[in-house]
Design a protein around this ligand. Sequence first.
Ligand code: GLY
Length: 565
Amino acid sequence: MKINHYINYLALSLFLSTFLPTYLFAQTYGQNGMVVSDHYLASEVGVEILKKGGNAIDATVATAFALAVTHPEAGNIGGGGFIVYMKSDGDVTTFDFREKAPLAASPTMFLGEDGKIKDNSNHRGLLSVGVPGTVAGLYQAHQKYGKLPWKDLVEPAIQLAKKGFPMSWGLYKAALRMSEGDESWDIMKDYFRNADGEVVSPGEIWKQAALAKTLEEIKKHGRDGFYKGKVAAEIEAYMKANGGIITQEDLAKYEAVERKPVTTKFKEFEIFSMPPPSSGGVALIEMMNLLEAADISSVEFNSTAYVHLVAEAMRRAFADRAEFLGDPDFNPEMPVDKLISKDFAKARFENLDLKHASKSDSSKYGQLYGGDHTTHFSVVDKDGNAISMTYTLENSYGVKMGSSKLGFIFNNEMGDFNPIPGVTTSTGLIGSDPNLVAPEKRMLSSMTPTIVSKDGKPYLVIGSPGGRTIINTVFQTVLNVLVYDMRIDRAIEAMKIHHQWLPDQILYERNLLSPDTRKALEEMGHTLRPTTNIGVLMGITYDPNLKVYMGAADSSSEDGAARGY
Ligand code: GLY
């Protein structure tokens, strides 16, 4: 059975890799609204809600719950994330539902007696789980700005879980990997199996009965359906039985927070993004300001000068990110206003050498790439409300553990804290204070849900997964649209690079940067390393002349789709 699946899969992959790349470059139009997400069924759920008279917040809630069923590697109720919301009057707010460290957490909780991280415990096993925030965040956003009843927004996800949906080839590849993985991946062993104990094959209907029941509790009781009662009791029991520390008290105390966005002006546009505890918005704005100071508009896309300038902006923003940023509730003195100011950008680029690469000082700050399995979706409605939402389990399928009675997977987001106080190394560890573990603290994130407006109306709604690469992926896509006038599908697919201060190297998308440019960059002192793909963007732009939205899902998303109406 399994061998047949593999043969089919290989034949289809060959067909797709031969014919699909040109076919996938396409944007979708919508006059009344648009949802672009990592799964076509979730996008369709969101659009149906818009058609029923729901607003962008309603569509967001329904899409997020649907993704928790159809895109479980990152769509979730066991993780956390951020919403940036631009209302039709141009006002912008954000919701922070980032996971928190449990009450029993401490700065040295991952260390053995030798002072080193024990058994990769900040990424593996239940100590790596942060108190989930997704349900609280969606509920708070809906309570404040939603229009349709809550139960109508959870119901489509319940139906998808109960009645099932066809297994895609993309999901099937993960299903094979997850079903026979590490011993500790308890929930994954049967997660993708049918009643006969076989991994559900492509085209076969995949049902999730336990998840449907958990979603029923959330539908009936709102936030309390997750953070109190049966579900909370089972979470605590599961944690206790398997070495975790999250309790019912942690869950009951969890609150999402509405925060002001970070913002800057760039040409005739205004950029709004997520403030700390995400580092994404601050770094994005710092880099946009740096490139404005460097007159990026006069530099040709993908030239040596372009890659050099963009990489140097990234180097500086990531050094500042590592040094200064963390949970604002624990770091009241964080210099956010300074980091996003135009004056700071000018000063920060004073030592820029247009002919030579700067050097990242390894005695200071830097960080390795984080988990790259997050998911982003973008929503607009007929009234011009727009939402940019990114949420995550950290790694693909999070910690790959969870109670099979509840049917959802927990995050391993505690890995986004700095694990060893005071230890910062050139190979990537960071030990600075702002992002050390503390009870009830939110770990620093790189998620960068972003909305750009023009004349007070949404012009670009954009975001991506990808750990620390998220910030740079969103940054370059914003440049592609605002500076290089690319339409949304081209902006998403265009060549991306990633530099994050340390390691001191430029990661670039293989086959998309010419050998001549790479050679010229190496001669300037840059180190280059190829990678297959950076980012999985989901974006929407608005054409004010035609009065139409255009959406595109990154071709690297296996099941992603833009749906407009
Ligand atoms: N888990 C990825 C991030 O929050 O940056």
